[in-house]
Design a binder for this molecule. Structure first.
Ligand SMILES: Cc1cc2nc3c(=O)[nH]c(=O)nc-3n(C[C@H](O)[C@H](O)[C@H](O)COP(=O)(O)OP(=O)(O)OC[C@H]3O[C@@H](n4cnc5c(N)ncnc54)[C@H](O)[C@@H]3O)c2cc1C
Length: 435
């Protein structure tokens, strides 16, 4: 393994989602040198994978791609994608991170993003970027507006036929590429490691992964996206246009049996958004949301909810207890009605689980920062300085600190950038005073 020391950064940002990008841009614009380390092959986080965003219904990729491009082309920002942070600690006045660059089996300095390797690869694999609904190739660029535009080889599925190597015009394919280890040092760090959807594989009552027409909310984002797998909303089992779609709220939140007792704050709003988009693409479909409470807490959010009701979306107050396979690919929902009807069974063509958020990263054994009881990064002054962690000079922003929408993520990222800048000014002052 090669080992290269990289030292010339002021700030290390861990996570290249919208929180990490905003923090990096806010600091880079103030002339601080920022390193962004991202585990995926592309920056952009969840936001670049969404269809449209509440409450404005802006196209997600139209507003995320410019941020990604600004960070990628910024003189003061260096992106390290497809990297694992093995350790992150503070020694004296320096934050040190030990990082591994995973091999793409494609030389990043030679790849020109022409996709010839992808077009000629004969191996089709399920495309996780499209919710698993379509296929990609065993060597590919993650998606069309991924940054950087560098192909990644899926070595699990590659059959080493050599076609990609033959067609690559710049000889970028490198079957022997090794992981590369390096060290990043900085004065301060901001953790922006975001979230993952609540895993529901253990909650057999919901049938996720077992009943083909039960999907999760991120998969629905892909079905609704203009560059989604089918370019329209079809149910996965048979390609039928669904006439009746149901949303199960709190499917991965406020549920102690899943270890997620908190509210994930965005699921009501993203479900309402998706129902509005669905009623646009499937105007004749019946759309029902089964909910316990609707939490539309942000600016303009209550009006957004009222608009959905006015558009004919049905909201049924009831807790879904069990989901089972119905006839002809249908799905049966068994729910406890809060309107005095007892246990009711309803049939739908397609069911979407509004899953909640769990932390995207577990720092245990990697970084001495503490986690809260909800396992998100602990903030020590949640009211007056909500981005402060219990590690000196290490800040947190976005969903890494707890479930959050994009508006709050952007606000918090700006706050973390200011805290990091203030910390560096204080460091410089104490250095001068000591000199
Ligand atoms: C289905 C769905 C729909 C949504 N729709 C909306 C909407 O319409 N409007 C809205 O306001 N909000 C919406 N949200 C919420 C929105 O997605 C979040 O607010 C936003 O993505 C938070 O950004 P983030 O950067 O904090 O986290 P993320 O988007 O999760 O980004 C975190 C990044 O950190 C990286 N990372 C994680 N761990 C590491 C590590 N150890 N090392 C390096 N990198 C790491 C990840 O790969 C990722 O790129 C929706 C959420 C869901 C689930």
């Amino acid at each position: 393994m090669n080992s290269i020391l990289k030292t010339d950064f002021d700030v290390l940002v861990v996570g290249g989602g919208i929180a990490g990008l905003q923090t990096a841009l806010d600091l880079g614009d103030q002339d601080y040198k920022v390193a962004v380390v991202e585990k995926d092959a592309t920056i952009g986080g969840k936001m670049i994978r969404l269809s449209k965003v509440f409450p404005t219904l802006d196209c997600a990729s139209c507003i995320t791609t410019p941020k990604m491009a600004s960070a990628a082309h910024h003189d003061n920002i260096t992106l390290f994608t497809y990297c694992d942070v093995n350790s992150l600690d503070r020694v004296g006045q320096t934050v040190t991170a030990d990082v591994t660059q995973r091999p793409r089996y494609v030389d990043p300095n030679k790849c020109i993003g022409c996709r010839q390797c992808e077009y000629h690869c004969p191996v089709y694999v399920s495309d996780a970027e499209q919710g698993g609904f379509s296929a990609t190739k065993a060597i590919s660029i993650p998606f069309s507006n991924a940054i950087p535009q560098i192909a990644v080889m899926d070595v699990e599925n590659c059959m080493l036929c050599g076609k990609c190597e033959k067609v690559c015009p710049t000889h970028a394919i490198d079957y022997f590429q090794e992981p590369e280890q390096f060290v990043i040092t900085a004065k301060t760090a901001v953790l922006t490691t975001g979230f993952e959807l609540t895993p529901v594989s253990n909650k057999h009552q919901y049938g996720m992964g077992e009943i083909p027409n039960v999907i999760d909310s991120m998969q629905m984002e892909r079905l609704l996206a203009p560059h989604g797998p089918y370019n329209r909303v079809l149910r996965p089992s048979d390609g039928m246009e669904p006439d009746s779609i149901a949303y199960v709220q709190c499917a991965g939140s406020r549920d102690k049996s899943m270890g997620v007792s908190y509210c994930s704050r965005v699921c009501c709003m993203y479900a309402i958004k998706q129902t509005m988009l669905l009623s646009g693409s499937l105007p004749l479909a019946d759309i029902t949301v089964y909910y316990m409470d609707i939490r539309a807490f942000g600016k303009g959010y209550e009006q957004f909810y009222q608009n959905a009701k006015a558009m004919g979306i049905e909201f049924v107050k009831g807790k879904v207890a069990k989901i089972s396979e119905g006839e002809n690919g249908g799905v049966e929902l068994h729910y406890e009605s809060q309107d005095g009807e007892g246990v009711v069974t309803a049939n739908h063509d397609l069911v979407v689980l509004s899953l909640g958020m769990v932390p995207g990263w577990n720092p245990e054994g990697i970084c001495p920062v503490s986690a809260d009881s909800d396992l998100f990064v602990k903030t020590i002054r949640p009211k007056l300085s909500p981005t402060l962690t219990d590690m000196e000079g290490v800040f947190v922003a976005g969903a890494a600190a707890g479930p959050k929408d994009i508006v709050d993520t952007i606000t918090e990222s700006g706050a973390a950038a200011v805290e990091a800048a203030k910390y560096m000014v204080a460091l410089e002052r104490s250095r001068k005073a000591a000199a």
